[in-house]
Design a protein around this ligand. Structure first.
Ligand code: ATP
Length: 221
């Protein structure tokens, strides 16, 4: 048991191809409702479990930088784009743990669509020894359906880890799972890339500064 309640820090990994208001709204709401000290946005360099991103790591990172620059709670972390080879989130979580120290509670933020496939990730069980999870619901997922959709091994691993009160994550530094009820926005990077390719507007789906950068760089055409 911890002597004092840990500070909680969010780690938000993703391809961010490109970043959009679905990501930003989740981050804003979990900072406010859970009282995370900061959220680190960690764009993946070369993701293992999906097709290669369209934009380069540098371009995706620059769009993230522009999109979060005016929010003092949001931090861009470039470690995965500097790392050689495929990006494994577990490596970043180990590094964050070392940098922040044992007393800090790391909260790994994942959308429901990503969490139901989490047991395909490298060293997935090890995450529970290092961090908590904040799962953001997405359209098509409810609190109950997320659990129902988990494959058996992941469901069993999660069964004693669910908490319905976010404050419970302050009693430990790792190993708990909280589903955030942040406003669900039906926005995906896939639909944004399609809209841009079709010459359609993505205004109000992506921050203007990021749209300007995407258009200047002729991305997703
Ligand atoms: P793509 O459509 O290319 O698969 P994406 O929109 O899901 O991309 P990612 O960069 O892959 O975006 O997502 C990073 C993380 O953010 C993932 O955990 C994902 O589930 C979550 N996420 C993405 N969009 C939303 C959204 N609209 N609401 C909640 N979580 C989201």
């Amino acid at each position: 048991m911890l002597k004092s309640k840990p500070i909680l820090i969010g780690i938000f990994g993703g391809t961010f191809d490109p970043i959009h208001y679905g990501h930003l709204r989740v981050a804003e709401e979990v900072v406010r409702t859970i009282g995370l000290q900061k959220i680190y946005f960690v764009p993946a360099g070369i993701p293992r479990l999906r097709n290669a991103p369209i934009a380069s790591p540098k371009q995706r990172t620059e769009a993230v930088r522009l999109a979060i620059q005016d929010n003092p709670n949001f931090v861009l972390d470039k470690r995965e784009i500097y790392r050689d080879g495929i990006s494994f989130s577990i490596d970043s979580i180990y590094e964050f743990k070392q940098e922040f120290g044992e007393e800090i509670g790391l909260c790994f933020i994942l959308g429901a669509d990503a969490f139901i496939k989490f047991s395909e990730w490298d060293s997935w069980k090890e995450f529970f020894n290092l961090c908590h999870f904040i799962i953001s619901t997405r359209p098509g997922y409810t609190h109950t359906s997320i659990n129902d959709l988990l494959p058996k091994e992941l469901k069993d691993e999660c069964s004693k880890r669910w908490v319905i009160n976010a404050d419970d994550m302050r009693n430990e530094t790792n190993g708990l799972i909280f589903i955030s009820s942040a406003t669900m926005l039906d926005i995906s990077a896939t639909s944004i890339r399609k809209n841009i390719a079709a010459g359609k507007s993505v205004r109000y789906l992506v921050p203007d500064v990021a749209i300007n950068y995407i258009l200047e760089s002729k991305l997703y055409l």
